[in-house]
Design a protein around this ligand. Structure first.
Ligand code: 5GP
Ligand code: MN
Length: 341
């Protein structure tokens, strides 16, 4: 970690600290934030957590989640906290634009920032930086950070559970980005006593009925497979959002179903939000969807999982996406996949 010794020095006496993560926080954002929250609190710091927008219900079992301040609805309160904190931890994102207005306020107030993140191409806004795109998740890096900070003490069970949660969700239950190091980390978490079955059940097997109905609808009515582009697209309109009363997190993971098709190499989930059209992109093998997201949709992410936004309406966004894929997919041979028959 860059400037770790200085950060360690700062954290050697009680401080006021804000932890934040990206808009539409996922399991890795929430898990890393609440794991670090409990770790820092146990070390006598005063800690606040704020996300730009709401988090999904299936993470509400985590202790501390009830104290999370949602910036969208608590601007004044969080700004006051930012005015007074000694340090901001920025977790699971690497550009202040991912936290919108909160990012602008943090930059304006010149609060020192410690970034812990696993996305490519970090912006230069943090004084203390642990950035490792080879890590499966920010939670994996939170484990490393805690080890660096506190080699002697055993890891707290809550901290271990929340780290494991982010690892589970960002790896798709150990489908993506697994490494020997990650399994070593998980072994250490198991040695602390985490119950993997319990956590998997809390995170994945706690959906309301409407979510399965929505999934059925997406697969039956909204899926388009374009064989010549090796692409699958699912799109949802504003009306679908109203009809299914879709809330934050309800659409999580739907894009991955497209990748289950043998002929699909690139998957897109495109949704009409109140002000923007949001794109979630996925791919198999070498095809880099983060390049598509950053070149054309003001977004970014990882090679095989990225996202961005469009401001031109759903129909024209879909037309634009298909045009881009026609150019990009045409140049790709998809050598590495499909591998098995
Ligand atoms: P999801 O499709 O699950 O929303 O996001 C997948 C990944 O894409 C996230 O881990 C994040 O790195 C990235 N991502 C999604 N939306 C955006 C965006 O609007 N901007 C940037 N820079 N990255 C995004
Ligand atoms: Mn992550």
């Amino acid at each position: 970690m860059q400037n770790f010794t200085q950060l360690q020095e700062i954290l050697s006496t009680p401080k006021d600290i804000l932890i934040t993560s990206h808009r539409n926080p996922d399991g890795d954002a929430i898990g890393s934030s609440l794991a670090l929250y409990h770790f820092l609190k146990a070390h006598y710091h005063t800690v606040y957590v704020s996300f730009p927008s709401e988090f999904p219900d299936n993470f509400a079992w985590m202790e501390g989640s009830e104290e999370v301040l949602i910036y969208d609805s608590k601007v004044k309160k969080v700004n006051k906290i930012i005015d007074n904190v000694d340090l901001v931890f920025a977790l699971d994102f690497n550009g202040l634009d991912r936290i919108d207005k909160m990012g602008e306020y943090i930059a304006k107030k010149k609060v020192p920032v410690a970034m812990i993140d696993h996305h490519l191409d970090p912006d230069d806004f943090s004084q203390y930086t642990l950035s490792d795109p080879s890590a499966s998740s920010t939670c994996e890096l939170i484990f490393d950070f805690i080890q660096m900070m506190d080699k002697k003490d055993p890891i707290d069970i809550k901290v271990a559970e929340y780290i494991y949660t982010g690892i589970l969700t960002d790896t798709g239950s150990f489908k993506y980005n697994v490494t020997p190091k990650l399994f070593k980390t998980c072994a250490a978490l198991f040695n602390v006593g985490i119950d993997s079955n319990k956590i998997q059940s809390l995170v994945f097997n706690s959906l309301p009925k409407k979510n399965l109905e929505l999934l059925g609808y997406c697969l039956n009515e909204c899926m388009e497979i374009i064989p010549e582009l090796k692409t699958g697209i699912i799109s949802l309109t504003k009306k679908d959002y109203e009809d299914f009363d879709i809330q934050r997190g309800d659409t999580e993971g739907i894009v991955n179903y497209l990748l289950m098709l043998k002929e699909v190499q690139v998957a897109a989930f495109v949704t009409e939000q109140p002000k923007i059209v949001k794109l979630s992109l996925r791919s198999k093998g070498d095809f880099a969807v983060n390049k598509i997201a950053s070149d054309h949709f003001k977004g970014g992410g990882h090679k095989n999982a990225a996202g961005g936004a469009s401001f031109t309406g759903l129909k024209s966004t879909l037309t634009k996406l298909k045009k881009i894929l026609k150019e990009e997919v045409g140049e790709t041979s998809f050598k590495s996949y499909p591998a098995q028959d």
